[in-house]
Design a protein around this ligand. Structure first.
Ligand SMILES: Cc1ncc(COP(=O)(O)O)c(C=O)c1O
Length: 397
């Protein structure tokens, strides 16, 4: 059995002398909070510059980043926010935390991302925003979705937790093609500080609002000890920010290496009928997804992954065990006491019964056809060749 590099520890992470120096610098200074500190502020400037946005706001997690983005557009309780069902729960957590209602739109059968058509089908007069996830690093059709949303003044938010340096069609990096982009620095992401989040925007008013929302509504910029709105404490600690800055310097190299690994896998697997491989254009390969055309392969994802048992290949079936609308918090409306707020009418347009929701494409991916290879930037050529070989052998068996 082969030991592949894993993002769970140093084997699959690019953490070295630079991060140790950064953490030591902060510890030596004795100043660990971003309030009055320099590291989080520097991270914000550096990230904004790197990605091509006017402003960046650091926070404590990717989930916090999405919550800041949703709260920044200020939905009324019960307003609807369109989301995909095939993503980390962190995409919808902020919707619920802002007292809005997640409305699930189906996804593209190859990429797992929202489509313009599926978003259009879910728009109502209560839609307040759409959160587009660039799933696994694959660029979603941001132009198409904006063509549907812009005429109705529905803002688009990009969840780029898995999509650093992803390049959607039409130019620019993911996160800069909409009102607000959200990123995560959690352990498994392209770059990590263990936990952490970043939001980016070109809108100065929204940036200030997100700063307030991340800091108890406290207007540090005026020096006044007041609380201007309902904001939590989502501040990023200086230690995390310093480590994230060191990681930022390595981001381009990590994405480049992931692209090389993915290209080699695609090269080796492209001739196997019924394996639908990720579209390479602009992808940043947080993971390497394969969709089975089960009518051609004659087997489903669990059987395929089962055939890899004992090889050590880091490959999983489905990504999720259920679409997000089948999670207990939603099916049983476990929000505030027994109220069901805000998922019931009023304040919502209708009682939202998630047990009745169905997104057939997402369900097919999760239940039958989506296979995930957990690659990372530390895969060397041997790891990559070994993975390609066991994937091809398991297919032929
Ligand atoms: C697409 C997506 N959105 C949001 C999140 C939430 O990020 P975090 O785990 O940092 O809260 C994640 C992280 O897993 C994610 O993959």
């Amino acid at each position: 059995m082969r030991n592949y590099p894993t993002v769970e520890d140093h084997t699959g992470r690019t953490i070295g002398a630079e991060e140790i120096e950064a953490a030591t610098r902060v510890l030596r200074s004795g100043h660990l909070t971003r309030v009055g500190g320099t590291e989080a502020a520097a991270l914000e400037r550096e990230f904004a510059t790197l990605i091509g946005a006017e402003h960046a706001v650091a926070s404590s997690s990717g989930s916090a980043a999405v919550h800041l983005a949703v709260a920044a557009v200020d939905p009324e309780p019960g307003d609807e926010i369109i989301v995909p069902p095939l993503t980390d729960f962190g995409t919808v957590l902020g919707v619920l935390a802002a007292n809005a209602v997640p409305v699930f739109a189906d996804v593209d059968p190859l990429t797992g991302c929202l489509t313009a058509k599926s978003v259009a089908a879910c728009l109502t007069d209560r839609t307040r925003a759409v959160i587009v996830v660039h799933l696994f690093g694959c660029p979603a059709d941001i132009d198409g979705i904006r063509q549907v949303c812009d005429p109705r003044d529905v803002p688009v938010i990009e969840d780029c937790a898995q999509a650093y340096l992803t390049r959607p069609a039409g130019g620019g990096y993911a996160g800069t093609r909409s009102l607000i982009g959200c990123f995560s620095l959690q352990q498994s992401k392209h770059i990590t500080a263990g936990e952490g989040g970043l939001t980016v925007t070109d809108d100065e008013r929204l940036a200030r609002r997100m700063r307030l929302l991340a800091d108890k509504g406290w207007p540090r910029d005026t020096g006044e000890r007041n609380h201007l709105l309902l904001g939590l404490n989502y501040r990023m600690p200086e230690l995390s920010a310093a480590v994230a800055r060191a990681q930022l310097a390595k981001l381009a190299g990590s994405v480049e290496r992931r692209r090389e690994v993915a290209a080699a896998l695609t090269d080796q697997l492209r001739d196997l009928p019924g394996l639908l491989l990720p579209p390479d254009q602009g992808h940043s390969y947080f993971l390497y997804p394969i969709v089975l055309d089960t009518a051609v392969t004659g087997f489903e994802h669990r059987e395929y992954v089962g055939r890899l048992a004992g090889s050590g290949a880091p490959v999983g079936a489905g990504y999720l065990s259920r679409p997000l609308y089948r999670t207990t918090v939603l099916t049983e409306r476990r929000t505030y006491g027994t109220s069901g707020f805000p998922l019931i009418s009023p304040p919502a347009r209708q009682n939202h019964d998630y047990a009745a929701v169905s997104c057939p494409v997402a369900e097919d991916l999760i239940e039958r056809s989506l296979v995930i290879a957990l690659i990372n930037e530390r895969f060397d050529d041997e790891d990559t060749a070994a993975l390609a070989q066991v994937l091809a052998e398991a297919y032929k068996r």
